[in-house]
Design a protein around this ligand. Structure first.
Ligand SMILES: [Zn+2]
Length: 76
């Protein structure tokens, strides 16, 4: 998804050892993202048991806050 320009990997500066690790889900940054990302048009791309069959990636978020990004990720 990164090649679309709409996806970003995030870390918590207080827990750099958990960058791109499942344990990122235990950080304050992830808790904030879960509570607030949608307000800014972001969603977790690969939650647990996602339909794409991609490994769970709590650090990887994508923008779906406008028509073009929605069409990019939800085209059928
Ligand atoms: Zn990523």
């Amino acid at each position: 998804e990164h090649h679309t320009g709409y996806a970003i990997d995030l870390g918590d500066a207080g827990f750099p050892q958990w960058d791109t690790q499942e344990a990122f889900e235990t950080t304050p940054a992830f808790q904030w993202l879960q509570s607030n990302a949608a307000r800014f048009g972001f969603e977790l791309s690969f939650p647990r048991n996602n339909p794409q069959g991609v490994n769970y990636e709590p650090w990887h978020w994508r923008f779906v806050g406008d028509r073009h990004s929605l069409e990019t990720f939800y085209k059928r």
